[in-house]
Design a protein around this ligand. Structure first.
Ligand SMILES: Nc1ncnc2c1ncn2[C@@H]1O[C@H](COP(=O)(O)OP(=O)(O)OP(=O)(O)O)[C@@H](O)[C@H]1O
Ligand SMILES: [Mg+2]
Length: 281
């Protein structure tokens, strides 16, 4: 098999404990995963399971206490800040909150040209590229002159995606990129991400607590439970025939349109809950 674009091995990460002499609290207990070139790995798990922490470790925003992160054959686990900044060309990020992730005082044109100019583009080249980026994410060319507050949540998330695409990265960490959007906007932004991947071959680590969203966009899915990966496999297999009890609960918790199927899932969920906690049931 070809070398994966991203290879995370036995990643451990501890945050300092609260209070005087408190011991560090380990959040990730040895997570191993890979993302191939042009592939989407969905990372799913409940709130607090450590999904964002994995993303932060990949972006160099949190320092691992063990294990390794290898990107395109190079160990990037702990890089000096200058090399880390250079790596931003290859690894980009889109965050959940479209209302705080864009600088409110800059025009969309400035937001999108900044990463290009940092990389040495002339102002003129950057302007041309901004037009291309806006087009690629389905925004009108005149958006460049406007401020973030003039746009809806879905449109702002398109701007954030355009900004991530600007340096032509090989991997984008998407941390709950559609969770703040209404359902129909979610679907459109997901389809945009899929379309961009087809055209550019960019890979995604797609983080979400919502299995339905992850299933829609991912080739493979990794299930995180309290800082450990409990199951990894093809998206269809994980959602159709989950093996781990935690994954089964996640699948059953994800809403479906059919009321009969929904009732069947409710009953199954009650049965699993009773199995998991026989004393309480
Ligand atoms: N900077 C920090 N210092 C200390 N603890 C932290 C810090 N950031 C996160 N944590 C803790 O680490 C655990 C995992 O948090 P993380 O944000 O990675 O979860 P998550 O899976 O992304 O959850 P969510 O779905 O709510 O975004 C949580 O218990 C959280 O309280
Ligand atoms: Mg998170």
């Amino acid at each position: 098999m070809a070398t994966p674009l991203l290879e995370v091995k036995d990643l451990r990460l501890a945050y300092p404990g609260q209070g005087f002499r408190a011991r560090p609290v380990e959040i990730l207990h040895g997570v191993s995963l890979t993302v191939g070139e042009g592939e989407t790995l969905g990372l799913v798990g409940e709130s607090g399971s450590g999904k964002t922490t994995i993303g932060r470790a990949l972006l160099g925003l949190a320092e691992p206490s063990g294990g390794s992160v290898v990107f395109a054959g190079r160990d990037i686990t702990c890089l000096p800040s200058k090399e880390r900044r250079a790596l931003a060309r290859d690894i980009q990020v889109v965050f959940q909150d479209p209302y705080t992730s864009l600088n409110p005082s800059l025009t969309i044109g400035d937001i999108l040209s900044e990463p290009l100019i940092v990389q040495g583009a002339t102002a003129k080249d950057a302007r041309g590229k901004v037009g291309e980026l806006l087009d690629r994410v389905g925004l009108p060319a005149d958006a460049a002159e406007r401020l973030p507050r003039e746009f809806s949540g879905g449109q702002r998330q398109r701007v954030a995606i355009a900004r991530a695409l600007a340096p032509e990265p090989r991997l984008i960490v998407c941390d709950e990129p559609v969770s703040a959007l209404d359902l129909s906007t979610q679907a459109r932004v997901l389809d945009l991400l899929i379309d961009i991947q087809r055209r550019t071959g960019v890979a995604y680590l797609f983080i979400s607590h919502d299995l339905a969203v992850v299933r829609h966009i991912s080739h493979r899915v990794a299930v995180l439970y309290r800082g450990d990966l409990v199951e990894t496999g093809p998206a269809r297999k994980i959602t159709a025939t989950p093996e781990h009890p935690y994954t089964r609960r996640l699948v059953l918790a994800s809403p479906v349109a059919d009321p009969v199927e929904q009732e069947r899932r409710r009953a199954e969920r009650r049965r699993l809950a009773a199995e998991a906690a026989p004393d309480v049931a």
